[in-house]
Ligand binder design. Structure first.
Ligand code: 5RP
Length: 224
C-alpha cells in the first residue's frame, strides 16, 4: 500500500467518529482525504470549523458550511493528521503551517481523533523538526531562546524563494531540529513561555484521545 492509500484508509475510518452538529477539521494531506469522505455524509451535520484557509476552501468546494469559531459554543470532535505521534498520544504538528489554528480548534473540541499513516508513530518525538509559529519581529529573538533549549531553529521559507513563509495569521515559522523530546508536556510549556511565540507545534498537554493509524495490515486504533 502507498502512503496515500494508508492516509485514505484512516480518513475513511474516521467517519465513524463524526458526531454532533459541528465538526472540527484539520489541515494537510490526510485531513484532505478526510474532507473528501466527510462530503459524502454532509447531510448528517450542520457545519464545520476549519483549522486553515486551505481547509476552509476545500470544505466550501464540497458545499460544506464553514463557521467562525466565535459563533460556535461546542465542538464534539476534531479530526486532524500529525507529523509525529507517540505512545501517549502527544503529537508534533505544523508541517502544513496550520499549528496555531489547529491548536485552537482542538482546544475547544471534546475529542481529538488523530489520523495518520503508520510512519508517524514514534518512540521519541523530535526527528521531525518542531514547528514554532512566531511574530515576525521576534523571530531572531525567539530563535536564540530555542537554541538555548538545544534546538537548531531554521526559518521556514516560501517554496522556491528566500523569503520567509507567512502563515494564515501573519506569523513566521521556525522549524526546530535536534530536539529529543523526552518530556513533551514540559517542553511545550517551556516554549509557550518564550515571548514572541504564537504557538508551538507540540500537542502534549492536550494530545489525541484516539489515533487511527494506517498500516498495511489495516487501520489500528490507539486510545489514550
Ligand atoms: O499539522 C499539520 C498541518 O499543520 C498536519 O496535520 C501534519 O503536517 C500532517 O500532514 P499530512 O497529513 O500531510 O501528513
Amino acid at each position: 500500500m502507498t502512503q496515500d492509500e494508508l492516509k485514505q484508509a484512516v480518513a475513511r475510518s474516521a467517519i465513524a467518529y463524526v458526531e454532533g452538529d459541528i465538526i472540527g477539521v484539520g489541515t494537510g494531506s490526510t485531513a484532505n482525504f478526510f474532507i473528501d469522505e466527510l462530503a459524502k455524509i454532509k447531510d448528517r451535520f450542520k457545519g464545520t470549523v476549519a483549522s486553515s484557509e486551505a481547509t476552509a476552501a476545500r470544505l466550501r468546494g464540497h458545499g460544506i458550511a464553514v463557521l467562525d469559531l466565535n459563533d460556535v459554543a461546542e465542538i464534539a470532535v476534531y479530526i486532524d493528521g500529525a507529523d509525529e505521534i507517540n505512545a501517549a498520544g502527544a503529537m508534533i504538528k505544523g508541517g502544513g503551517a496550520a499549528l496555531t489554528r489547529e491548536k485552537i480548534v482542538a482546544s475547544v473540541s471534546k475529542k481529538f481523533v488523530c489520523i495518520a499513516d503508520g510512519s508517524k508513530l514514534v518512540e521519541t518525538m523530535g526527528k521531525f523538526p518542531l514547528p514554532v509559529e512566531v511574530l515576525p519581529m521576534a523571530r531572531n529573538a525567539v530563535a536564540r531562546q530555542l537554541e538555548k533549549l538545544g534546538g537548531q531553529p531554521k526559518l521556514r521559507l516560501k517554496a522556491g524563494t528566500d523569503e520567509a513563509f507567512v502563515t494564515d495569521n501573519g506569523g513566521n515559522i521556525l522549524d526546530v531540529a535536534g530536539l529529543a523530546i523526552t518530556d513533551p508536556v514540559a517542553l511545550e510549556a517551556q516554549i509557550n513561555q518564550i515571548v514572541g511565540v504564537i504557538a508551538v507545534g507540540l500537542f502534549a498537554a492536550r494530545g489525541a484521545d484516539v489515533c487511527l493509524l494506517g498500516t498495511p495490515e489495516g487501520v489500528r486504533t490507539l486510545t489514550y
